[in-house]
Design a protein around this ligand. Structure first.
Ligand code: HEC
Ligand code: HEC
Length: 360
């Protein structure tokens, strides 16, 4: 359509110019012809042209020198252009990407700043926060105002892949303050806005100190493969916070106090904990029976041991998280909503959590 219109316009311009030149030629040919004998009359004010001496001297050299300059600029300039072109193109791509990240940032901003208020709940830089919410007590039907932990989103890509994050953004987290944002979920944002938000969330992700032993992708793991003993910053922070609670005697579970502490941990608004999904009321500071299920499933009554007869299978499941449609355990089918913790916690920490959940 566009191409057709431009082609048509180009043809019109071409034909008009062509006709113009033809008219000009004939008009000029008739009007500008010199009168007979005019060379002789006009000859008086003609200056004689340079003689050979001048033409073949400095003047020639100057013209040759200018020619040489042009030649040099072509022989040097073209290869230089060729050398710099890839980085120019890469720069243009980055520039375009940065633009999208900035659009996403504007969407993420608080209502006062004209955004959709992700920052109001998840913190200005996505480090987690709290969301005012009202819940109805299941038994008494009493309505209560609570503050619901809004998890850190600056580590969300360590827990979920892009399609899972997109699903959360489009459809929200049901029965929580996280409402649907995509048009398909009944929210206000179109696909492009969701995508720019995702680009912004990616740019927010905290950098990691170490890498998992099997990680080789330089994009997610710029430091290269580090030995297994290299502690990751996040797991360090989680471990320290959990150890404090254990030392304070908060958890008495025999043998699995560390696992219990990690299960219930509240750093970055519970982004690294299990209880926010697997214990009702944990998110608003009024936890029910630990692990009895909320958004995530009931893990008590020996159900996890029944669903994962081999403990290592359960550890692997928690490391990777669930994947939509993929089988886990004996007969479980994942939905992609259970996050993976392999990037956030060490194998040892996950093992202690698994031992704790199997004791529930
Ligand atoms: C009214 C407060 C509120 C607003 C506004 C809000 N969220 Fe949330 N969001 C939450 C809460 C609370 C949760 C966790 C719900 C739960 O406990 O399962 C959540 C969960 C999430 C998650 C899943 C994280 C995880 O690990 O489970 C992502 C990603 C997310 N929000 C991104 C966003 C983005 C992007 C926006 C802006 C378009 C946004 N949120 C707006 C409160 C909010
Ligand atoms: C964002 C919410 C969320 C968080 C956080 C979460 N889970 Fe889950 N979990 C789920 C959901 C949802 C399922 C159901 C499987 C599915 O939908 O894919 C599930 C399933 C499971 C199962 C399988 C249950 C069964 O018997 O089939 C186990 C075990 C489990 N989670 C353990 C954990 C542990 C341990 C943690 C913390 C390290 C954790 N979960 C953190 C949401 C969550």
């Amino acid at each position: 359509m566009f191409a057709l219109a431009t082609t048509a316009i180009a043809w019109v311009i071409f034909v008009v110019t062509l006709i113009g030149w033809i008219v000009y030629y004939f008009a000029n040919r008739n009007s500008a012809r010199n009168e007979l004998g005019s060379e002789i009359e006009l000859a008086a004010n003609r200056t004689p042209y340079y003689d050979d001496e001048i033409l073949e001297g400095k003047r020639l050299e100057r013209v040759q020198f200018i020619g040489l300059l042009f030649l040099v600029s072509i022989t040097i300039g073209l290869p230089l252009y060729w050398v710099f072109e890839p980085s120019r193109m890469a720069g243009a791509t980055t520039d375009q990407h940065d633009k999208f990240v900035n659009y996403g940032k504007a969407l993420f901003a608080t209502t006062a700043e004209g955004g959709f208020n992700c920052a109001g709940c998840h913190g200005a830089s996505g480090g987690g926060g709290q969301a005012a919410y009202t819940i109805t007590d299941a038994k008494t039907r009493e309505i209560k105002a609570v503050n619901w932990n809004a998890p850190a989103v600056n580590s969300v890509f360590y827990r979920y892949d892009e399609s899972e994050v997109r699903f959360i953004l489009v459809y929200g987290r049901p029965f929580s303050p996280m409402s649907p944002w995509g048009l398909a979920g009944g929210g206000p944002m179109n696909d492009q806005q969701i995508q720019t938000l995702i680009e912004y969330l990616k740019s927010l992700q905290i950098t990691r100190v170490g890498c998992a032993p099997n990680e080789t992708d330089p994009k997610t793991c710029p430091t290269g493969i580090l030995p297994d003993t290299e502690q990751k910053r996040i797991s360090d922070a989680a471990g320290l916070a959990a150890q404090k609670l254990v030392d304070a005697g908060r958890y008495a579970t025999t043998g699995a106090a560390m696992g219990e502490a990690l299960f219930n941990l509240n750093i970055n608004s519970g982004a690294y904990s299990c209880a926010r999904c697997h214990t009702t009321g944990w998110s608003w500071g009024d936890p029910g029976v630990p692990g009895q299920g909320a958004f995530g499933w009931n893990l008590t009554g020996g159900s996890t041991a029944a669903h994962f007869p081999v403990q290592q299978d359960q550890i692997n499941f928690i490391k990777a998280g669930s994947e939509n449609g993929k089988k886990y355990g004996l007969q479980g089918q994942g939905s992609g909503r259970m996050p993976g913790f392999g990037n956030l916690l060490t194998d040892e920490q996950i093992k202690s959590i698994v031992e704790y959940t199997r004791s529930l």
